[in-house]
Each structure stands twice: as structure tokens, then as C-alpha cells.
Write a protein that binds this ligand. Structure first.
Ligand SMILES: Cc1ncc(COP(=O)(O)O)c(C=O)c1O
Length: 380
């Protein structure tokens, strides 16, 4: 069975813009309805058991997705949440430095900038024409470098960095490697227990097909335990049932592990229940199968664009290619009007930094790609 039957209805519209928002699978829509029903009739549906199960089930699904024990998953509401946690909690010493890549997505740059006030040097390295590779990193690491933080798949170039190669350099120099996987997770297999990384943060609302306002992070346990971060959410420190006690103890716990850093409102059932259903759906379908489907769509799209004379600015093949295809009419000034014309034909893509951005995912079909190419062909 094809994936598209599990999504929509799209009513004849074509959404090739997963890099902005992924569509919600039908199964997640049902889960969202169920979550709403709990709130409509809290007297018999909003049980403590359900409340407790929401984060537990989500962590289990996310743990399976990235090869981590569920208890090492930290629930968030964005990619920014996990990146702020790692930036602010890192045990910095005066003069330490963090390396970033200039032109990275704002979520990855901004969390570190405020550290300059704490005497941390934030260096933004210039990517070369081909992105950023291990040789370049090797040249920039100094004895003061503590962290490299970068986005895996870049939103505006579509380029996937070589995480293994960059991570190996970091490992050799004792530098912690933190990645933003917002535009990659859900499109390709990834295992944090095998990858040379120390931290990963991601959104849930793009390629993981969850609601907006979802995200998570994983931090290598030793690094996590070394964080100096003042967070003490009452529902992590005690349980709602403790409120019934006459003299409950209110004290900090230091045995919580990753749970200590879950975003407040951990049982956010409107969002987390459907997101769990989305991640479970993706796991059931198999990331490899999804990657093969998406890869075939990207092949078809790139081939079609090139044959129409469009420039394809994102990598065409190999490990650096992603599900994000950045393209331009040879006359760049026409891109904005082309974007509008596609929209007038019910085909939704993104217009970013003067270029056209396509981002197909499992719910898209080859007919979707052909419809978009057909409109481009007519525009001439
Ligand atoms: C590479 C990348 N990182 C992160 C985000 C979103 O970050 P946040 O969840 O912090 O809003 C986006 C897009 O919205 C993105 O393209």
C-alpha cells in the first residue's frame, strides 16, 4: 500500500513543502481527536494513567527512532529548546570557544550568542562553496574549542553535511559535537549510539509529521550529567498525587537523568499524543522504505528541472543530497512569480532567499512532482 492513503485529504492540492511543515498522518489525526475528547470530558477521560502515559509513549517511540533508551530522550517544543539547554548548561570556562558555521539556520546560531557575555568566544566559520567539511574543521579547531554545533541538512542549500567525518575530527580533538537534525530526521536512518555526536536536537513538525510546537533532544549521558542548568519542573520533581498529601516534601531531586530537562507541560497531550502516533507510523513503515520513496521523488524532480533548463543549486546526488531541492530559473528575478504561479495552480512549495525550494516527503507521489513540472513547463 502506498503512503498517500494514510494522509490527507489534500483535495487536489499538492504540498511539496515538508521543510516547512510535514502533513499529519490520518492515524495522528485520530489521536488528536482522542486527546481533544479527554479535554471535553475530563471527568471520565482525563485519568492520571493517561496523563502519565503521554510522555512515556512518546519517549519510547523517539528512542526507537534514534537508537536511544527512552529514558535518555528529553522532550521539547522545538529544535531551539534542546540547543538552548546544551548552550546554557555546558560547563563553560572563561576563554572557551564554540564553533558555528556562518549562514546556519537562526535556531542554531542564536542560542550561543549570549554566551559571549560569559566570556565564551563564539566563532562563526565561513563555509566554502561545497559546504563545510572535515579538513576545514581541522584547520579551525584550537586548544580552546569545546563545541561544534551545526545543522545537518541546511534549509536554504539542501546540503547534508558529513556528520561522521565532522564527528571523527571532533572526537580526535576532544570537542563536543552537537547537531540540529530538524531537516533530516524522518528522511534517513540515524542511530545516536553509532554516530560520533554528543547532542542532537530536532523539531517534530517537519519530516516527523507531528504537530507544530513539538521537538526533542538527546544528550550523551556524561555530557548531560555535567550540565549546570537550573531547571526544576514540579511535575518532574514530584507527582500530581503528591498534591493530595498534607505535608508533601518539596525538594530538588538529583536522580532524574534526562527527565530533569523535559520541557514544562510534559503531558502536553494535544501535541504529544498525535506526534507519538506520527512517529509510530513512520517506524512501522520503515525509514529505509520512506527514504527510498523520497529518493525516487527527488530523482524525478531533479531530472525534470534540469531538462526544463532550471538550475539545481542543491546537491544532485550522493551523501550530501537531501530531500530539499533548491532550484532557480536561469533568470533569478522570475523565481518569485514562478512560486506564485505554482500556488495559483494549487502547488505549494517555498520561496527562500530568492530561490525555489521543493521538499517532498512520503505523502507525495510522482504525480505531484509531474504536476509541478507541468506548471513550470507551461510557464516557459
Ligand atoms: C534547519 C532548521 N532548524 C530549525 C528549524 C526550526 O527551529 P525551531 O523548532 O527552534 O523553531 C527550522 C525551520 O523552521 C530549520 O529549517
Amino acid at each position: 500500500m502506498s503512503f498517500e492513503d494514510d494522509f490527507g485529504p489534500f483535495d487536489g492540492r499538492v504540498w511539496i513543502n515538508c521543510a516547512h511543515q510535514g502533513a499529519l498522518p490520518k492515524r495522528a489525526v485520530e489521536a488528536a481527536h482522542e486527546a481533544i475528547s479527554w479535554k471535553i470530558s475530563p471527568h471520565h477521560l482525563m485519568t492520571s494513567e493517561r496523563f502519565n502515559e503521554v510522555p512515556r509513549n512518546l519517549k519510547r517511540a523517539l528512542g526507537r527512532l534514534v537508537g536511544a533508551p527512552p529514558e535518555n530522550i528529553i522532550l521539547g517544543n522545538s529544535a531551539s529548546y534542546g540547543l538552548h539547554l546544551m548552550a546554557n548548561g555546558f560547563p563553560w570556562r572563561e576563554g572557551d570557544e564554540v564553533l558555528l558555521i556562518r549562514g546556519d539556520f537562526p535556531s542554531v546560531i542564536l542560542p550561543w550568542l549570549g554566551l559571549e557575555r560569559r566570556g565564551v568566544c563564539v566563532r562563526q566559520l565561513e563555509p566554502d562553496g561545497d559546504g563545510f567539511g572535515p579538513d576545514q574543521l581541522e584547520r579551525h579547531i584550537t586548544p580552546k574549542t569545546r563545541v561544534l554545533c551545526t545543522t545537518w541538512v541546511h534549509s536554504f542549500t539542501g546540503r547534508a553535511l558529513d556528520i561522521d567525518a565532522l564527528g571523527d575530527v571532533c572526537r580526535r580533538h576532544g570537542v563536543r559535537f552537537i547537531i540540529n537534525a530538524a531537516q533530516a530526521l524522518g528522511t534517513r536512518p540515524f542511530d545516536v549510539s553509532l554516530a560520533p555526536i554528543d547532542g542532537l536536537s530536532s523539531v517534530g513538525f517537519k519530516w516527523l509529521c507531528g504537530p507544530y510546537g513539538t521537538g526533542f533532544c538527546w544528550i550523551e549521558p556524561e555530557l548531560r550529567e555535567s550540565l549546570e542548568y537550573n531547571q526544576a519542573y514540579w511535575l518532574a520533581m514530584q507527582t500530581a498525587d503528591d498534591l493530595a498529601k498534607e505535608n508533601p516534601t518539596i525538594a530538588l531531586r538529583d536522580d532524574l537523568g534526562a527527565r530533569a530537562y523535559d520541557v514544562f507541560g510534559t503531558a502536553n497531550f494535544f501535541n504529544f499524543k498525535p506526534w507519538t502516533a506520527s512517529v509510530e507510523y513512520i517506524l512501522e513503515q520503515g525509514i529505509d522504505r520512506i527514504a527510498a520513496h523520497d529518493g525516487a521523488l527527488v530523482d524525478r524532480l531533479i531530472e525534470g528541472l534540469l531538462s526544463l533548463g532550471f538550475e539545481v543549486l542543491s546537491p544532485h546526488r550522493g551523501k550530501s543530497r537531501s530531500n530539499i531541492v533548491i532550484t532557480s530559473h536561469p533568470d533569478r528575478s522570475r523565481n518569485e512569480r514562478i512560486h506564485a504561479a505554482l500556488r495559483d495552480n494549487d502547488i505549494y512549495i517555498a520561496f527562500r532567499r530568492g530561490n525555489l525550494r521543493f521538499a517532498p516527503h512520503l505523502y507525495n507521489t510522482k504525480e505531484d512532482i509531474d504536476s509541478a513540472l507541468g506548471v513550470l513547463e507551461k510557464l516557459g
